[in-house]
Design a protein around this ligand. Structure first.
Ligand code: COS
Length: 383
């Protein structure tokens, strides 16, 4: 549904207030404890953050892509750990079901995901299959009216908290993408276990770990959409949308870091004046603003194209590539503007510097986005 402009503005204002009043004051605590406090999680549930993108028919807010990226510009302006906790339910943990699931699967799982009563997770990456996703080795063997899964999935976001997993696994000996199917696997399935939580560089409070399948039996009805062999395409469509979302979050984070750098530069005095008066500092601020603006225009354009029903695979990769690399440059400049203060935890900018590094890696590295864009050009994508 397309909200009227006034309702959308109210939603963005409410999220902006929630970010500034409720989330920002708890950022340092989340980084130190590696946990999102339960009262914050409850407040996120209360204002509907887990179901932003799930259609209203299934209990969510049903945001369009443009509305979603505008909300992500706001949510991005605090620790990405908060966004990550709701990220899978709004993104990679629900989109596969939404795009390719049967009506029964949607009705069974989406309302619980939208309410935040169930956490969804996405299992594509494996120890030997990262960028080359079609080389995955996890198998799902049909056994009567069940499938039996074997294999290990790696770096799975929100796995420690998840109640369901969208799992890509091989259902035939066909090589590459065509042998892959997608399943919904419940946490309590016999033969499913979790590895130890990963110790990450940043985004503490958002948890990842291995998901291990050892003769894990699931009912055959858990095959997404009831069709074998199309799971890789489901995963790619999920990532097309996810990449636009990550691009928008990276823009939010860049805005926050620029705002913090500007505030510091106006306050900090050297050589008898605020350092913001020095043109070399001004250049870092101006370059950051220019690049943020460019990325914002890209993401909004790609989001509008997707809302028109167009294929945005290439635009999503362009947006993710540019916005996340831009965010890395802004993070680096923000630390530079802070000088020594940028390197100690008190000012928070070193935490952002660590947190945003992940944007250039997950949901496809920058180099994978370049590959997708270049292949598109070779196939005739409009220049
Ligand atoms: N939407 C729909 N279908 C798509 C698609 C998309 N965006 N991208 C590819 N496909 C289809 C192709 O059309 C092809 O179908 P046909 O065999 O019917 O022609 C099939 O999927 C295989 O595509 P392709 O040959 O391009 O696959 P490759 O193995 O060459 O690799 C890349 C494709 C590199 C793009 C893929 O492996 C990838 O995205 N890797 C990164 C994975 C990633 O982001 N991991 C992050 C962790 S998950 S959070």
């Amino acid at each position: 549904m397309i909200r009227d402009a006034e309702t959308q503005t109210l939603l963005e204002d409410a999220i902006r207030r929630f970010v500034r009043e409720t989330l920002v004051p708890r950022e340092a605590e989340v980084d130190e404890t590696d946990q999102i406090p339960t009262d914050v999680l409850a407040a996120m549930r209360e204002i509907g953050l887990f179901g932003l993108t799930i259609p209203e028919a299934y209990g969510g807010l049903g945001l369009t892509m443009e509305e979603e990226v505008r909300v992500a510009f706001e949510l991005g302006q605090t620790s990405p750990a908060f966004r990550s906790v709701i990220g899978t339910n709004n993104g990679i943990g629900s989109i596969g079901i939404l795009l390719d699931g049967s009506e029964e699967q949607k009705q069974h799982y989406l309302p619980k995901l939208a309410a935040g009563d169930l956490i969804g997770s996405f299992c594509l990456t494996e120890p030997d299959s990262g960028s080359d996703a079609a080389s995955l080795k996890t198998t799902a063997r049909k056994d009567g009216d069940h499938y039996v899964l074997n294999g290990t999935k790696r770096f799975i976001t929100n796995a420690p908290e998840a109640g369901i997993f969208t799992v890509m696994a091989r259902t035939s000996d066909a090589k590459g993408a065509s042998g892959i199917s997608a399943f919904i696997v419940e946490r309590e399935s016999p033969g499913l276990s979790l590895g130890k939580p990963d110790k990450k560089m940043g985004q503490r409070g958002a948890h990842t770990c291995d998901v291990i399948f050892e003769n894990c039996r699931i009912p055959a009805g858990q095959l997404i959409g009831g069709v074998e062999g199309v799971g890789f395409k489901t995963a790619m469509k999920v990532l097309d949308k996810g990449r636009l979302h990550i691009a928008a979050v990276a823009i939010g984070a860049a805005k926050r870091m620029l705002r913090d750098a500007l505030a510091y530069a106006m306050e900090r005095k050297q050589f008898g004046q605020p350092i913001v008066e020095f043109q070399l500092v001004q250049a870092m601020l101006a370059d950051s603003k220019t690049e943020i603006y460019a990325a914002e225009c890209m993401v909004l354009d790609a989001a509008r194209r997707r809302d028109e029903g167009r294929d945005v695979s290439i635009e999503a990769s362009c947006a993710k590539y540019f916005a996340t690399e831009m965010c890395g440059r802004v993070a680096d400049r923000a630390v530079q503007v802070h000088g020594g203060a940028g390197y100690i935890s008190e000012y928070g900018i070193e935490r952002f510097y660590r947190d945003v590094r992940l944007f250039r890696l997950y949901e496809g590295t920058s180099q994978i986005q370049q590959v997708i864009i270049a292949r598109g050009l070779m196939r005739g994508t409009e220049i």
